[in-house]
Design a protein around this ligand. Sequence first.
Ligand code: CA
Length: 466
Amino acid sequence: MLWKLFLAVCVSSVLRGTLCSTASLRRANDGGGRCLYTFTVPSPVEHSCPEPAAEQELRRQGALQRTEMEALQTRLGLMEALVSRLAGPGGAGGQGRGLEAAYSATMREKTELQRERDRLEAERQELQSRVDRLGQENSRLRLGQCGPSATPLRNSDKRPPDGSSLDYSSPGFQEFKSEVTEVRASSLLPSPAPTHSDNTDTDPPSCGELVWVGEPESHRKADSISGKYGVWMQDPEPVHPYGPEMTWRLDAVGSTVRQLFGYEDRKQLSRGFPSKVLLLPESVESTGAVVYRGSLYYQRRKSRTLLRYDLRTESVAARRELPHAGFHGQYPYSWGGYTDIDLAVDETGLWAIYSTSKAKGAIVLSRLDPDSLEVLHSWETSVRKQSVANAFVICGTLYTVASYTTPNTTVNYSYSTESGHGRALSIPFLNRYRYNSMIDYNPARRQLFSWDNYHMVTYDVRLGTV
Ligand code: CA
């Protein structure tokens, strides 16, 4: 009977989820000749009762799921906050507009950084130019202190083969000589200066030697550091769609000079806004570019490659290396600025003014084929390129200017390609703004175009009879 009761309790315990093995049966003698059976079953409500393993696992998984759910809710909250922020205060436009706004802000920052970089590069180049200028002035002062007072140095051994009296042994000498030999224009020219600021209606003048340069007339002052030096010009032989009044300008400060600005005429240049902006396919080096017969001719940056850029088709029409030409600071003019290759136009065609290692830094003048850029003929002068400020060609004769910074300087040398001889000159030339970085001749206007310390200026010139 008791056994049956014990089994019943066991079955009942199993049904309630407890284990039979946890029950215990004890038998004892009660001292009265009777057996006493005692059994013990753990109560399911007691904490000491072990839980089934499956339930423990479920409880553990439940806890894990709760943790994961809480983590998901946290992440969802963060994403909602991000979407809300990107969508902006109005909430319209959604995430796309938010991303677009963030992208635009990033691009604006990038543009600002690029501008800042260009500005710093311009400042660096300007400082470099100042260092160069101070070095030259230092050399000039040493010459003045060590040589005979106010007497041009002469050295017959170093006299040019053409018989001129200039000494080209010192880079600073041209500038020094200019200061001690300059005379006023009035003492050279008894007749009044010609006045023709816009003389395109007149017949092409006959050729002759340069005898007089007028005072500079400023047409425009550049309004940013990128225009401290540059090149500006009008085409002496324009090609449709551009006429003779069309005026072109390149600001040359900076490492990537590619924007060519076009103005309807000089008045528009003075007013400010270009009517045409062309982006050149390759960067320009320095201030030696010219416009001629409907094309811009220029030296590609960091190379001796010349490019002919057709202004009508807005594409490169020809390219060719200028054989053996120094570039990127090898043979610049005295003011520096990577003015190694200076192109020029005169009544007779297109020219390149440069130097080579064979010429040991002396100016080489080459006539170029305007279509192919091929060198047709070359002349080697005795003038060191680094000893002069700039050069231009009139009627097949090369002229150099002594100083780019001395206000009252001179056109101090000429070299005739017809005779193959050079000679010293002393024609007064005024650097009104004291930092002249470009001088070119325009045969149609019979004027010099120049860029002097932010100022785009012209000089009238007068030619003598041959
Ligand atoms: Ca020039």
